[in-house]
Ligand binder design. Structure first.
Ligand code: 4GO
Length: 221
């Protein structure tokens, strides 16, 4: 999968070179290209933002550099183009799995008050929100999307890692334990050390159900 990120702050994306996503890129399972929108402005002072028509606080990212950047990285519109915004459709695990099957994504990151609506109307296929809160930019949501989508690209994780996790069966995941058996007076539940896999599966299912009922009853409906 290829993900092209368009941003005014490319230096923020160094986080994606660590850990599992770093390895996925080195192994050529995922290619993440971070492109500086400023490289596409036609303004002689390299300006990419301006005051909002109608007044109000803050600055708006100009349509020209954004549209030129998108058209330069995705000339035939082969990619699914996504704008990260609190106004977008809330991201779900189901959506993440679907995006994992795409050949290429373009992620547009707004900053300040956002992007001129005409750039969105002209170029964007889909607006996605990672949750009901406002951030200073779409960069962190874009990194969240890169991370959760890359997990579903073949070869990035072992297939077993994707079966028993939160949301995979519509429930929150059961708790995990590793050595030692006793830590600060808390011990690993006996059943997990019993070797009885039917009992272990039953315990984990009960734990997942109880946790989901307590914290996310909306998921049980
Ligand atoms: C996305 C972008 C929140 C989200 C953002 C979110 N805040 N909840 N801020 O996914 C336009 C300028 C949006 C700042 C950006």
């Amino acid at each position: 999968m290829k993900i092209t990120v368009l941003t005014l702050f490319p230096e923020m994306f160094s986080a994606l070179n660590a850990s599992i996503l770093g390895r996925a890129q080195r192994d050529n399972k995922v290619e993440i290209d971070v492109v500086d929108i400023r490289a596409y402005t036609e303004d002689k002072h390299l300006k990419c933002d301006d005051y909002p028509f109608g007044g109000g606080a803050g600055m708006v990212m100009m349509a020209q550099p954004v549209v030129n950047a998108i058209e330069a990285v995705d000339p035939g519109h082969g990619a699914k183009r996504i704008y990260l915004s609190p106004k977008g459709t809330p991201l779900s695990q189901e959506k993440v799995v679907a995006l994992g099957g795409e050949e290429s994504l373009v992620l547009l990151c707004g900053h300040y008050e956002g992007v001129d609506q005409r750039a969105i109307d002209l170029c964007i296929d889909e607006e996605i929100s990672i949750g009901d809160y406002v951030l200073t930019g779409g960069e962190l949501p874009a990194m969240v999307l890169c991370d959760c989508v890359a997990r579903y690209v073949d070869g990035v994780l072992s297939p077993a890692s994707l079966v028993d996790e939160s949301f995979s069966d519509g429930l929150l995941e059961y708790p995990h334990y590793t050595r030692p058996i006793s830590f600060r007076g808390l011990t690993v539940p006996e059943v997990l050390r019993s070797g009885n896999h039917a009992e272990i599966d039953k315990w984990r299912r009960e734990q997942a159900l109880a946790l989901t009922k307590a914290r996310r009853p909306d998921l049980l409906k």
